[in-house]
Every structure is written in C-alpha cells, then in structure tokens.
Design a binder for this molecule. Structure first.
Ligand code: ADP
Ligand code: MG
Length: 497
C-alpha cells in the first residue's frame, strides 16, 4: 500500500502535517534520519506509516511503559498487528509475545531499550526481516539531554547484532543543536537526513512573575479564568497536595496527579480532567506524558522546573488547538534552592554506582538549571530566549510575551526602545573601547557591533545568558562577561527596568 492509502486506511487522515511526508519518504528510500519536531506535531505517524508500507517488521524503541501501551492500543484499534515488550509483561506473557513475534504475527513491535540485548529477543529478531528501527524520544541517548537513559546507549550494539542493518530513524521533541549532534553520533546514524520543524508556538503567551505571595498570585490567576481548563505544575508531591487542597478549599474544581498516588486514583483523576469534570489539574511532571487534551487554556508553573526543555515541554501542553493560551511561571529564590537540592539528591543516588558519571551529570544539570533561571530573570523577550536555546532565531519582539508587551507599553508611554537601545549600545561601545585599548587590539576583536546590538536586545543578566549572545563563545564569556554584565545590569538599574 502506498503512504497516502495507509494514512487514510489505518489512521483516517487525508493529508500529512508539516514534515511528516518528507520523513516518511526518507525512510522509504532507505536513509537514516533524525526528526526533531515539537510535542504534538505527529512524530509517531512518521514511523508508523512507513512501517505499514514496507514488507518487513518495524521495531520501535520507547522509554515509557505507559506510552508504549497507549500507542500499541491505538494501533490495534486501527487494525495494525502491534505488540509491546517491556517489564509490564509477566513471566507467561513475555515468552508468549516472543513466540508470536517469531511466527511473524506482529508488524510493529514496541520494545523497551533494556530488552533489546536479551537472548530471547535477539533470537527472535534473528529470524525476522526487520526493515526499520525507530528510536522514539531519542534525546534519552544523550548525556547532554535532560532525560538520559543509560540503556539507550546500547542500541548500536543491538543494531550490530542484527543479520542486516535496517533503516534507523530517530525522533525527539526537545533537542538543542548539541543534543542533536550527540544523538547522531551515539546512535551511529549513517548520513542521516535531519529535519527540524519550527519550535515556535505563537499562540502561547509566556510570562514570569516573582510574587511575594504565590498562593495569592495563583488564586488571582485561576479566579480570572473560572471556566477555562488549566494545568498547575508543582515541583514536589507535597506541594501538589498543598496546592490542590488550597484550590479546592477556595472553591475551584481541582484534581491532583503525582506518582505517589495509586494507579487507580491517577487514572480517575486524569479522566476527570480530560473529560472536564475538573477544570484544574494540579500535578508534578509525571502528568501529561500521555494526555492529548487540546483545549488546555493555561499552564501555570507554581515552581521553576530544573531545565528549559522540561519547561517548554510542560508549558507546551497549553493551546494545542492553536487558540491563545497562557504560560505563566511563578518564580522565587526558594525554587532555585529546591532545584539544587534535587540535583544533589540525584547525584548522591548515581554516585553510589558510578561516581564519575554522577559528577558529569551533575555539572550538566547545573548548567541547565542556570539557563532555566536565566529565563526567569531576563528582561528580554521570553519567546526569543527559548527559541535561541533550541537553536532557532527569535523574532525581534514577539509581541506575545509579558516582557515584550511591557516593553511595548513603555514605548507607548514615551519611553522609546530605540533610544534606550542606542544609549546602552553607546555605553557598551565605550566599555569595548577601553578594553581594546588596554589590550592593544582593535575594538572589533573584542566584540563586533552585531554582538553589542544583540546584548542590547537580549539584555543578559547572568554569565549563562551572556553565552547566548551572538558572537560570544566560552573564551569571550570568561574574558569579558563579567565587565559587560556589570555595565548591562547598571543600565537596567538606572532605567528602573
Ligand atoms: P508527537 O509524538 O510528535 O508528540 P503524536 O504522534 O503523539 O505527536 O501525534 C499527536 C496527535 O496528532 C495524535 O492525536 C495524532 O493522531 C495526530 N496526528 C498526527 N498526524 C496527523 C495528521 N497527518 N493529520 C491529523 N492528525 C494527525
Ligand atoms: Mg511522541
């Protein structure tokens, strides 16, 4: 069957979404690929459709048991012979599934990475024609990513053990350019086609607030949105309990969700949100991996997440239908302490088995945390900050984040942005001149005008956000960061920004 027939026949859709067709064609032509598309873009179809066009079997490596289950269920519903092999199968079910697999009963097999190298699975694979191995959530292979899973690093070993190397297609929603390169190398992709679709979600309005009283800020926010659905993310289970109790006592219909509840209650609570019995879901980051509710009108973070990838993924659950939605982060210095504590705790856990790895992961986690807190502190465009982080150029002014809207308001009030930028530009030029004279080099060797302009635009407040200025590498950050930051901070203070 050709791809359009498969699309209609099994999935009921008549046209592909942006990027899907290119990736499908690539797989069908036999070439490896890396597809980077935001959550909800439709990555699953990019491997499911070719799986059904090709004569052999497709393996899908996926890290989450619940996700595998949902997808296999959906495929079966669509009439596709699919199965999953993971730790949720018991001692009778697993060999049965392997036996079925050997007999060629499955077209698409979801497999947990830890299962790949088990003798039973390898044996079953040896007798099959495997055309495609799809690696979902491929960022899990990278130590640079926020969700590193050691078992992912053994995928190449598995591929080598196969009688014939299949096409390998990797997919992820959250990958910085560094992580992308890492996925390609670690996974051993061969001349892969890279597709990155835009990460911008123009309908999301981003804002950060530092309220003295978070409860009051939360109350005011949800009170103004009584008949809208929203998610309130908290850092810890304890906080989920407190915040959901507070909302219920205040007369809102809120439900709670975290990994400490029974499976039964989690399912009930999730359903009551999905089916609109409860307007507000208060949850830890355990919530949302599987849900596809398109009319979430706001995502409020009661605490700062540990990294910008997680933040964007969670905030991105708002406004899937393309209608306007709010993403508000309530930030406090306490959040930073809690985050450090959590990172330290996870370091201690890993250190018991692998101290070297623990040190490396902790260093990375701290870098990501600094970038996250930079987001909370930047007076520049919030959308631009996020997009830059994902390697995309942000707009000059997005006109739909709290900082840009505030700036526009100030401009209307007579405080002209152009003048402001020019004034800062002159101050930075002056500083650059002094440094250049001191070091006896031409000024542009210190920083180009374009870099100074970018500083005026981004207004970095920390060493980490300074790194995001165009033209600033590690060495220049270290050599000049402190002085330029001091000047920028002084300017921001002088202007009362
Ligand atoms: P991702 O893995 O990129 O987050 P999914 O594969 O889970 O996204 O798809 C998100 C939703 O989009 C699903 O409900 C899926 O059925 C739907 N979808 C995917 N492709 C299409 C398409 N071509 N037309 C209509 N809906 C689609
Ligand atoms: Mg997916």
């Amino acid at each position: 069957m050709d791809k359009l027939a498969v699309l209609k026949e099994y999935f009921g859709y008549t046209s592909f979404r942006g990027g899907q067709e290119q990736l499908i064609d690539c797989i069908l032509s036999g070439r490896d690929l890396l597809g980077v598309m935001p959550t909800g873009a439709g990555k699953s179809l990019c491997f499911q459709v070719p799986a059904l066009c090709m004569p052999g079997v497709t393996l899908v490596v996926s890290p989450l048991i619940s996700l595998m289950k949902d997808q296999v269920m959906a495929l079966k519903q669509a009439g596709v012979a699919a199965a999953f092999l993971n730790s949720s199968l018991n001692e009778r079910q697993f060999p049965k599934a392997i036996a079925n697999m050997k007999q060629g009963m499955y077209k698409i097999i979801y497999v947990a990475p830890e299962r790949l190298l088990t003798p039973g699975f390898l044996d079953a694979c040896a007798g099959l024609r495997i055309d495609l191995v799809a690696v979902d959530e491929a960022h899990c292979i990278s130590r640079w990513g926020q969700d590193f899973r050691p078992s992912y690093t053994r995928i190449p070993e598995f591929l080598e053990k196969l009688p014939r190397r299949p096409v390998v297609a990797a997919f992820t929603a959250t990958a910085t350019p560094e992580v992308r390169a890492d996925i390609r190398d670690q996974l051993g992709l061969r001349d892969p086609f890279l597709l990155v679709t835009g990460f911008d979600r123009p309908n999301l309005r981003f804002s950060v607030e530092k309220p003295r009283d978070k409860r009051k800020a939360l109350f005011d926010f949800v009170d103004a949105r009584q008949n809208q659905c929203g998610i309130v993310y908290c850092q810890t289970r304890k906080q989920v309990e407190e915040v959901s109790a507070f909302l219920c006592e205040s007369g809102f219909s809120a439900t709670r969700y975290h990994a400490g509840l029974s499976d039964e209650e989690r399912r009930l609570n999730q359903d009551s949100f999905v089916y609109d019995e409860c307007r507000i879901a208060v949850a830890t980051n355990a919530f949302g991996m599987g849900i596809d509710k398109s009319d979430v009108r706001y995502v409020l973070h009661y605490n700062m997440p540990l990294d910008l990838e997680s933040y964007y993924q969670e905030a991105g659950r708002a406004g899937r239908d393309g209608e306007p939605a709010d993403c508000l982060l309530l930030y406090s210095a306490r959040d930073l302490q809690t985050a450090r504590f959590l990172i330290e705790k996870s370091r201690e856990n890993t250190a018991q088995t692998d101290p070297v790895l623990a040190a490396e992961l902790t260093a990375r986690a701290m870098e990501r945390l600094a970038i996250m807190s930079g987001y909370c502190e930047t007076p520049g465009c919030l959308r631009g900050y996020i997009l830059n982080y994902f390697g995309e150029a942000g707009p000059e002014s997005c006109e739909n984040c709290a900082n840009c809207l505030r700036a526009a308001q100030r401009a209307e009030l007579g405080l002209d942005n152009m003048d402001r930028d020019n004034e800062l530009f002159r101050r930075l030029q002056h500083l650059r001149g002094e440094i250049a004279r001191e070091q006896n080099v031409p000024a542009f060797v210190v920083f180009s005008d374009a870099s100074l302009r970018d500083m005026c635009k981004k207004l970095p407040m920390s060493m980490d956000s300074f790194m995001m200025v165009s033209g600033v590498g590690r060495r220049k950050q270290q050599a000049y960061g402190a002085e330029f930051l001091r000047e920028i901070r002084a300017f921001v203070r002088d202007k009362g920004m």
